[in-house]
Design a binder for this molecule. Sequence first.
Ligand code: IPE
Length: 250
Amino acid sequence: MFKVLKIGGSTITDKAKADCVRDEEIERIAGEILDQTSGLVLVHGAGSFGHIPAKKYGLPGKFSPEGLRITHASVVELNRIVVEALTEAGVDALPVHPLSCVLLKDGRIEKMEVDFIKEMVAGGILPVLHGDVAMDSSRRAGIVSGDQLVSYLAKALDAQTVALGTDVDGVLCSGAPLKEVTRKTLPDIESCFTQGPGTDVTGGMRGKILELLELADAGTTSLIFNARKAGMVKKALSGDAIGTLIRRSD
Ligand code: IPE
């Protein structure tokens, strides 16, 4: 039974400041994951580590080998910090860099190697993926968000629990989290999406919802919750109905 959890870049970094990591948040989350790693695949966002260099080099719109290299190096560094914190907390974790196992087509994952991820999980190892740059068969290169990775992996692994941790209490409308979002209710809430603080090249909350609605179409319900509040990651992994559910319309 697989579980796919994403911790957003806005939780583990300050998205407004380049390379600004929130060590204490990473440590806390590592502790919350510790006794729930069975079947778990972890994805984390890029935060200021990815979005700021990506924007600087005009990614994903512009093809820039230098931009790809520098943005990748930046997210790899954040991934190293996350894996190290998990290791220190007592979790057996290994880094997985999407640039080396994903091919995009028109910005969407066309191919992704997942058998080795299954082997890691079977061996009691937590695979730790991240939003990354990736090659694209029609646009040469692009960006694969952690949200898209979650949606793809959840489908490929037939995950039972899918949760996306952000720095807000779910999908907010007039300041309060919605209980659920479906394709049917999406048009009614379009006005709720505002551009959050910091730099984001992968679509913000609207992008997250669209990814998770793809998954909902395939029958898997997922969760958008606040990973900055202590205890919430643990609850999300236990399947508690916190935050906003993204599910198929009745
Ligand atoms: C973005 O990943 C990847 C790059 C900018 C290279 P995400 O879209 O998953 O990152 P967050 O969660 O918004 O920070």
